[in-house]
Design a binder for this molecule. Structure first.
Ligand code: FAD
Length: 106
């Protein structure tokens, strides 16, 4: 079976970075593809219980793919739900760009 921790770190990196560089004003095509990417996770993510829990959260909190800022916040909140479940520290969602886009301020 996959290493759930390494898989998780790699996947969050991909998802947060993809959200960080998502357009401010996405086209219909870009929005539809982002929705497909998100909805594929509960079907395909190779950690079965992670995938099932994420699918439940997706139903409670439908993804907001309307802008880069809203999508980044949405992923941050979903990641924080997993952090909470695993007893990890909450991440300050005001800092997503610093972490995943801009890097630390000088
Ligand atoms: P990670 O949680 O992987 O975080 C990596 C880095 O992201 C952190 O170092 C930090 O810089 C940054 N970060 C942390 N929180 C946020 C945030 N809220 N927003 C933006 N950036 C942030 N593991 C399980 O054991 N059970 C599960 O049910 C489970 N479900 C998962 C569901 C999904 C969709 C994914 C992608 C992963 C899931 N994981 C699950 C894996 C888990 O979330 C972690 O990736 C794994 O435990 C490794 O944790 P970590 O402490 O190395 O950092």
């Amino acid at each position: 079976p996959p290493d759930v921790e390494a898989l998780g770190r790699a996947t969050w990196s991909f998802l947060h970075a993809t959200a960080a560089y998502y357009p401010t004003r996405p086209t219909t095509h870009q929005r539809a593809n982002m929705l497909n990417l998100i909805h594929a996770l509960p079907v395909l993510y190779p950690c079965t219980h992670c995938a099932a829990d994420f699918g439940d959260k997706l139903k409670e909190h439908p993804p907001d793919v309307s802008s880069r800022e809203r999508l980044s916040k949405w992923f941050c909140e979903r990641h924080n739900e997993v952090n909470e479940k695993l007893g990890k520290e909450m991440f300050d969602c005001a800092k997503v760009d610093e972490r995943w886009k801009d890097g630390p301020p000088d």
